[in-house]
Design a protein around this ligand. Structure first.
Ligand code: AMP
Ligand code: MG
Length: 351
């Protein structure tokens, strides 16, 4: 009997070593969904298909939830209501909006004002300048600038209210809300029992666990000069990545390109860097920091990233020659086997 027991034990060990003992995790993909004015993709792995499906559904719900709160297209969103009435009286806001605004102020503080969600009036000015094809006057720029500045955002933590110090202020969460929605979606998937997941909203991505027996997700970095071309591949697990760039959204006035990312100090667009990728533990952090570094430029931007735990950055300067500037620690994420000519598709692309 003992002999059979031993044989059984050996057989069991062989099965588990060969991987046959455990079932392969089930993978469920959302397919492309439209949310926050961009495209999103969600993938979950779980012990069984139903769990993975529930996790994906929970993640999508979170993405739509944040969109409903923080959209500036929807006049009924919580953010729009705050923008409409924030100067008249203190406005009570949800815990989620309060959290994002408090975090935004913290990012403003550490970036010395380079990141600033009160940038709305300046964004509006340049958008309408682009439509008219006419550079704004110094007076218009000064006017718009007077309605910005994160210190003019009055947050009452105890009463969960927000108020604007100056008339005409407008909050723009375009550089942080996507990241926040991804973090909520990832948390929801963990709660629902996913053992691995990836959420991509407009190229901002967070992932954990493994996609298919590997210990990482492969995330391609889009070549800013050529759609569909990958510059390099990052191997990530339990991390987020976001890229801010001047090459996809900009206006051209008198042959001059103006990026959608604004330097709050100058009330004009930030143009030193073509693309800024930030890897960080959470997606809101990666999202906000990528925007902040774009404004700050290579030198102070890298200095900022070096002060943030677990954050790394890779920058592509705005020049004819392709070049990279990066923090030392990014090397551990770069797939050294990647060959741009023969690559197999990465899991996702950050752009
Ligand atoms: P991202 O693609 O994450 O870099 O976000 C860019 C968007 O954030 C822009 O389209 C604006 O809506 C907004 N934005 C522009 N400049 C800034 C800034 N300096 N700080 C925060 N948000 C900004
Ligand atoms: Mg951002």
């Amino acid at each position: 009997m003992q002999k059979y027991k031993n044989l059984l034990l050996i057989f069991a060990v062989m099965l588990s070593v060969s991987g046959c003992w455990q079932r392969k995790p089930a993978i469920v993909k959302s397919g492309t969904i439209e949310v926050m004015g961009t495209f999103a993709n969600v993938v979950a792995t779980a012990d069984d298909k139903e769990t993975a499906r529930i996790a994906v559904r929970a993640a999508i719900e979170k993405l739509h939830y944040v969109d409903e709160l923080m959209s500036d297209y929807d006049p009924e969103s919580e953010l729009s209501k705050l923008n409409q009435h924030g100067y008249d009286k203190p406005i009570k806001v949800s815990d989620d909006l309060l959290h994002v605004l408090k975090s935004a102020v913290e990012f403003s503080r550490i970036s010395d004002g380079a990141f600033d969600v009160t940038i709305g009036p300046v964004v509006d000015l340049w958008r309408s300048a682009g439509e008219k094809g006419k550079t704004p006057t110094a007076e218009q720029i000064a006017q718009a600038k007077s309605k910005t500045g994160y210190r003019k955002l009055i947050i009452d933590d105890e009463n969960s209210t927000v108020r604007f110090a100056v008339k005409g202020m407008r909050l723009d969460l375009g550089a942080i809300a996507k990241g926040y929605s991804i973090d909520l979606a990832i948390d929801a998937m963990r709660d629902k029992g996913a053992i691995g997941a990836m959420v991509d909203v407009g190229g901002d991505i967070r992932c954990f666990g493994n996609p298919s027996g590997k210990s990482y997700w492969r995330i391609g970095l889009q070549d800013h000069r050529k759609q569909g071309q990958i510059l390099l591949v990052l191997k990530l697990n339990d991390a987020a990545v976001a890229t801010s760039g001047d090459y996809q959204r900009f206006v051209v006035i008198d042959d001059q390109q103006h990026s959608h990312i604004m330097n709050p100090e100058k009330a004009d667009s930030a143009m030193e860097l073509s693309s800024v990728t930030v890897v960080a533990p959470a997606a809101m952090q990666a999202d906000a920091l990528a925007t902040a570094v774009t404004v700050m430029g290579a030198e102070s931007g890298m200095r900022l990233i070096e002060t943030v735990d677990g954050a790394e950055t890779l920058l592509v300067p705005n020049s004819d020659e392709l070049a990279f500037i990066h923090t030392k620690g990014i090397a551990k994420y770069i797939d050294t086997d990647f060959n741009p000519d023969t690559y197999s598709s990465p899991s996702k692309v950050t752009k």
